[in-house]
Structures are given as structure tokens and as C-alpha cells.
Write a protein that binds this ligand. Structure first.
Ligand SMILES: [Zn+2]
Length: 88
């Protein structure tokens, strides 16, 4: 085993980032959008979760797209990997 994992930039405990799937909630808009299965990196020491810029942009687009699907309340969707490739 010689797997390279990036070090955690948040803690000073020697933590490393591990690929996991998380649930992200966007409540900055009229409709609260909960996105599951979001690819993220989680520190194995302090638990800090980070997503790439591409994923963050995809989440924003998903949240925007869901605003038209409901007047208010909460929408739960699964993350779509293709959203990342659509970034142009
Ligand atoms: Zn950490």
C-alpha cells in the first residue's frame, strides 16, 4: 500500500483527506436543496469536509435548477456526476 492522500489543510494533527460521499444542504435560496451522494474529501482526523470547485459549482447549479420545481420547502436530490462535466 503506497496510496498518496493529500494532507488536511485545516488541522495540524497529520490528518489526510479521504474520498467519501456526503450530503450537502443549500439553504441560501427560497427552496432548501439537499443533495446526497456528493463526492467530497473528508479528513480522517478532524472530520473537515471539502469539495472541489467543480463540485461546488455543480451544487450551485443543482440548487438553482431546483428552485423552479417547488415554491418552497425542501427538495432532496442525488448528486449527478454529469453536472461536473457540464461545466464547460
Ligand atoms: Zn484535518
Amino acid at each position: 500500500m503506497n496510496e498518496q492522500r493529500p494532507p488536511c489543510a485545516v488541522c495540524n494533527m497529520g490528518g489526510h483527506l479521504v474520498d467519501e460521499r456526503i450530503t450537502e444542504t443549500d439553504d441560501t435560496r427560497a427552496v432548501i436543496v439537499v443533495v446526497r451522494q456528493v463526492p467530497a474529501q473528508v479528513c480522517d482526523r478532524c472530520g473537515t469536509t471539502t469539495v472541489t470547485d467543480e463540485v461546488a459549482e455543480a451544487l450551485a447549479r443543482i440548487a438553482d435548477a431546483q428552485q423552479g420545481n417547488a415554491v418552497s420547502g425542501t427538495v432532496v436530490v442525488d448528486f449527478d456526476e454529469r453536472r461536473i462535466a457540464a461545466a464547460g
